[in-house]
Design a protein around this ligand. Structure first.
Ligand code: CP
Ligand code: NVA
Length: 310
């Protein structure tokens, strides 16, 4: 049987994404108050090892996947790509074949999305996208879990994305038609979201719209989300800060959203750039739950990859 890869969110069945979210919520609630290192009662990853490969920096993804595997009763091996023969030019295809003989799943944080696809194509075990230049699907599962904990099922809710139409935004576009939420994206023309992603969402009757006006996107929204203006690998730092300045999420902009609207940010954040201190550290911000939920979301993603969910 072909392995269950979690590389592109849009390639999943909507029912699988729903099953992952429901499992994450149930699994989180079943261990409230437990020590963080205590395994879940059913240990769905017992005797399984996850390899983690990082081509870029990470705090949340690295620690949450490690913690997740411990809670699932499994184990991890972590390496920076630069420390591997991969960093000296060993082909990705060969790396995929070798690791498939040694571990039960591979998580990669990749510079180039196509490299992840090549790895998945040649691996006999599930491959998980821990962020690439074209998506951050694990983050979006954590974000949706966070929104649903506070507001109930995301179907019919309105989410506003403000700022750079980047990799995290792309995964929101992928999820919108799958779960039936409305997504409004406000970005400057030069940092517009990917047109292929938008076309795919439209084909699937997704309610995804774009504008250059942040107020238009945020008006009446249930959740407002932003991300850094300069992602890992971006080289046009000054141009980005100039173009994105009108897109800061501040109190005035949050005032356009529904009363009780949530503020989310995948972190790391740059206070005073994409978000004002008063918003990210204010009462509408759910960023610490969002960060914790990386563990719960990824446990259910891993369990799905191992055929134990969905
Ligand atoms: N949000 C996120 O993926 O954080 P890290 O870059 O720290 O993993
Ligand atoms: N868009 C950011 C997300 C970091 C978690 C980046 O790619 O750097």
């Amino acid at each position: 049987m072909a392995p269950r890869h979690f590389v592109d969110l849009w390639k999943l069945e909507a029912s699988d994404l729903r099953a992952i979210l429901d499992d994450a919520r149930a699994r989180k609630n079943a261990r409230l108050g437990w020590p963080k290192g205590q395994p879940d009662a059913d240990r769905p990853a017992e005797h399984r090892t996850l390899a983690m490969i990082f081509e870029k920096h990470s705090t949340r993804t690295r620690f949450s996947f490690d913690a997740a595997m411990r809670q699932l009763g499994g184990d991890v091996i972590i390496s920076n790509a630069q420390d591997m023969q991969l960093g000296r030019g060993e082909p990705i295809e060969d790396t995929a074949r070798v690791l498939s003989r040694m571990v039960d799943a591979i998580m990669v944080r990749a510079n180039v999305h196509e490299d992840l696809e090549r790895l998945a194509l040649n691996a006999d075990v599930p491959v998980i996208n821990g962020l690439s230049d074209r998506g951050h699907p694990c983050q979006i599962v954590a974000d949706l879990l966070t929104i649903e904990e506070r507001l109930g099922n995301v179907k019919g809710k309105t989410i506003a994305w403000v700022g750079d139409g980047n990799n995290v935004c792309a995964s929101f576009i992928h999820a919108a038609p799958m779960l039936g939420f409305e997504l409004r994206i406000a970005s400057p023309a030069v940092y517009h979201p990917d047109l292929v992603d938008l076309a795919r969402a439209a084909e699937r009757q997704g309610r995804v719209s774009t504008t250059h006006d942040p107020r238009e996107a945020v008006r009446g929204a249930d959740a407002v989300i932003t991300d850094t203006w300069v992602s890992m690998g971006d080289t046009d730092h000054d141009e980005r800060l100039d173009a994105l300045e009108p897109y800061q999420v501040d109190d005035k902009l949050m005032g356009e959203a529904n009363a009780g609207a949530l503020f989310l940010h995948c972190l790391p954040a740059h206070r005073g750039e994409e978000v004002a201190d008063s918003v990210i550290d204010g009462p509408q911000s759910v960023i610490w739950d969002e960060a914790e939920n990386r563990i719960h979301a990824q446990k259910s993603i891993l369990a799905w990859c191992f055929g134990k969910v969905g």
